[in-house]
Design a protein around this ligand. Sequence first.
Ligand code: ADP
Ligand code: ADP
Length: 231
Amino acid sequence: APIVEARSLSLVYPTADNRPVTALSEVDLTIARGDFVSLIGPSGCGKTTLLRVIADLEQPTGGRITVEGLTPEQARLKRLYGYVFQAPALYPWRTVERNVMLPLEIMGIPRAERQARAREELQRVGLSGFERKFPWQLSGGMQQRASIARALALKPDLLLMDEPFGALDEITRDHLNLHLTQLWRSTGKTCVFVTHSIAEAVFLSTRIVVMSPRPGRILDVIDCDLPRERT
Ligand code: ADP
Ligand code: ADP
């Protein structure tokens, strides 16, 4: 079964001035397990909204969506996905390691195992040696890597990322995209990645979902020519 399946999904935001904004309109989308899917399109076309609906951060006003065969709410409560925000959302009063341990703490995983798993995920994103630093002691790119490690802490099959490197300089972004590709290849996770960079989408994806600025429609789904074998 597909990991995400949306049928005729719509979302209309109510607004104060009574001019509701249509962010998603009759979206049909199937995301297969193991894919790296980029959502691209100009600002305001509904990319973030679609990601947030998958994550149960917004409720659709029409249509149906399942995540791992469940409702988004059930999937959220079972912690079936990890979410990475556009700006680093690390807690400044916790060390990097304790930020990554937080979701494990919430799930009641014993301390020793929490720490071992946090270290494993930090190593995966190339942050070994920075466990005891505070977020402000890291560069923006390192903070986003720590955010990815935190999103991976509960070992979700599905990783949702909303322009995770959008605020970083180009060189750092290229470097992190390379990291992300390696992570995707070595873990077999399903990734959904919001970007407005075609170059980034082409570099990373097995499928590119192109959204239209005429409210929230999918214009095209592009299967990339060279499906990358896992190594
Ligand atoms: P993208 O991520 O592609 O830039 P968004 O999903 O953020 O697009 O937004 C889609 C549309 O919905 C835009 O027109 C945006 O202004 C509008 N929108 C987003 N969030 C809200 C909100 N909370 N209330 C009202 N309108 C919103
Ligand atoms: P965007 O369209 O930029 O993705 P969001 O509404 O998703 O807007 O979030 C706005 C900012 O608030 C983001 O840059 C994100 O880093 C931050 N943010 C959102 N949710 C959280 C959270 N739970 N904890 C800390 N920061 C958050």
